[in-house]
Design a protein around this ligand. Structure first.
Ligand code: NAP
Length: 514
């Protein structure tokens, strides 16, 4: 029997009383550990976090909470090697892909530690200037932002067990709000281990950080009016959360990060082989293969002028052909596994669905697996599809295949390109490639209404840009419409979700005391 991981709730480690779900190695097929949350006293655990954790955090200043985040960074850095081992075993990722999750999470925490330190010795925030409410300037209104008096329930997706935890927990803890994290079952081990290390180090007040591994059953029932829930995952689960009584009747604030059919667009006027063209080809191939395409921000649709369809297919295909796929422990391997057999089946099914409206330009099946048994390993080569009839191929604009799959789409002119990008109905990110600064700026503003982020790559930033799919804590993450309508990160903007805004109307002498 494999080890059963404990849950940390109510200020103590508690094992579930059921048999649990087994987490496995997606390359070797070995059973690794089990998780289970059966029989936990959730009501007591949530109350402990809300009352003990919340009170302790609110008593601290932003600077003190920022120092706490910096202390977490140190603990995680000390244990980094263990996290990489867990990621290799449980997520089947090569070192560079594990880094996106592990070091990405640590970097995000570090960024919030710095931002929080600059907020100084305050316990709440002043929002804007005071405004006169009448003729006499004595009576005015001042908005304040105070930490919400509840818990932040974080429900995360399987693809980022580290970053997904810390990109949400950092602003929550900095805001003074205790966190209960529920990682996706398939990869819960890394989240649980990180929480264990932080709890063992004793750098957080009791109740500030809890972890529940296993089924989500009953978690939402615990939520009370001042709690918040931050969810990352599929649109189907998001719909369940949105319709729960906690949200519909108790006004629990909810943030949703769901799936997204992100775009890359080569602007008109760029020749095949130009710098902008090459930057698009490079980024498209990279985005398709980083974390085996299991990134919510990954490029799914690649738009090029009609005349460049063939050249783009060749350029991206040539890059994909060089990608070695298989066991991440093998030094020649550049792309590891999908997370599970279920995901492998889902990617194959999605590919078949898209292929009814698209041709295969580079076939993932041509990649022989390195040091991995195809009957066991959840590995799949990268596939580039092409939809010559961009308008008729509605599946391409509607379907997120969560793996190393993207579709090349030709467009007629600028207006056609923008209209096709918008058929994604709201995405996390679009990236633009070109050399005309004016045209790039215009396209960026055009697409800003349907994208949380527009990533613009011109030759001058070829070596500097942070990558289409990399979520930087300084910039907004989230997108309108089918992307879930959420907003995360964006520097200190992230703190808004965990604060309550209130208008204090009073004499200027009272307001001066704030
Ligand atoms: P999922 O199946 O929706 O699961 C997400 C989380 O919800 C898991 O922790 C899951 O727990 C939990 N859950 C399942 N049923 C629930 C319920 N009834 N009530 C409350 N929680 C419940 O999604 P996934 O397959 O893990 O993630 C893949 C999807 O996430 C992709 O579509 C991807 O695009 C999206 N994603 C979006 C972002 C973003 O930032 N926008 C980032 C990463 C991923 P169990 O694992 O125990 O079922």
């Amino acid at each position: 029997m494999t080890e059963l991981l404990s849950n940390y709730l109510g200020g103590r480690w508690q094992a579930g009383s059921g048999a649990g779900a087994t987490l496995s190695d997606p390359v070797l097929g070995d059973a690794l550990v089990r998780v289970d949350a059966t029989g936990l006293d959730l009501a007591a655990g949530f109350a402990f976090a809300r009352e003990q954790g919340g009170a302790a955090l609110r008593a601290m200043t932003y600077r003190e909470r920022a120092a706490m985040l910096a202390a977490i960074v140190k603990i995680l850095q000390t244990n980094r090697d263990a996290y990489y081992e867990i990621a290799t075993a449980n997520s089947g990722t090569v070192h560079n892909d594990s880094a996106v999750d592990i070091d990405g999470g640590i970097f995000t925490l570090g960024t919030y530690a710095k931002l929080g330190d600059a907020l100084g010795e305050r316990r709440y925030l002043i929002d804007g200037d005071a405004a006169r409410l009448g003729k006499d300037p004595l009576f005015q209104s001042q908005h304040v932002l105070v930490p919400t008096r509840g818990v932040a329930l974080l429900i995360n997706a399987f693809n980022f067990p580290s970053w997904g935890l810390w990109e949400k927990a950092a602003p929550a803890l900095l805001a003074g709000v205790p966190v209960i994290v529920k990682p996706a079952t398939a990869t819960a081990w890394l989240t649980q281990r990180m929480v264990r290390d932080v709890v063992d180090a004793g750098v957080l007040p009791p109740g500030a950080l809890s972890v529940v591994c296993g089924s989500a059953a009953g978690l939402l029932d615990q939520l009370q009016p001042f709690d918040v829930v931050s969810f990352t995952g599929s649109a189907q689960t998001a719909a369940l959360i949105r319709s729960h009584a906690a949200v519909t009747q108790r006004s629990v604030r909810v943030n949703i990060e769901a799936d997204s059919v992100n775009s890359a667009l080569l602007l008109p006027g760029e020749a095949a082989g130009s710098e902008a063209f090459d930057l698009l080809a490079k980024e498209a191939a990279r985005e398709m293969t980083v974390k085996s395409g299991q990134k919510c921000t990954a490029i799914r649709r690649i738009f090029v002028p009609e005349a460049l369809y063939g050249a783009a297919a060749d350029a991206i295909g040539a890059r994909l052909a060089r990608v070695t796929v298989g066991n991440p422990r093998h030094e020649a391997v550049r792309m590891g596994a999908l997370v599970s057999r279920a995901q492998l089946a889902s990617v194959r099914e999605g590919l078949g669905y898209l292929q009814a409206q698209a041709e295969v330009l580079h076939d993932g099946a041509t990649h022989a697996l390195v040091d991995a048994d195809p009957a066991v390993a959840c590995c799949v080569g990268p596939t580039l599809l092409g939809a010559r009839d961009a308008h008729a191929a509605d599946r391409v604009h509607d379907t997120e295949v969560f793996g190393p799959v993207a579709t090349l789409v030709p467009y007629r002119d600028n207006a056609d390109a923008l209209a096709l990008v918008r058929r994604g109905q709201g995405s996390l990110v679009a990236s633009l490639y070109g050399s005309d600064a004016d045209a790039l700026a215009k396209a960026a503003v055009e697409l800003a209404d349907s994208h949380g982020r527009v990533h613009v790559i011109s030759p001058d930033v070829a070596q500097l840009h942070t990558g289409h799919g990399n979520v930087m804590p300084q910039s907004l993450h989230g997108g309108p419409g089918r992307a879930g309508g959420g907003e995360e990160l964006g520097g200190l903007r992230a703190l808004n979700f965990y604060h309550r805004r209130s208008a204090v109307q009073a004499s200027t002498s009272v307001l001066a005391q704030l």
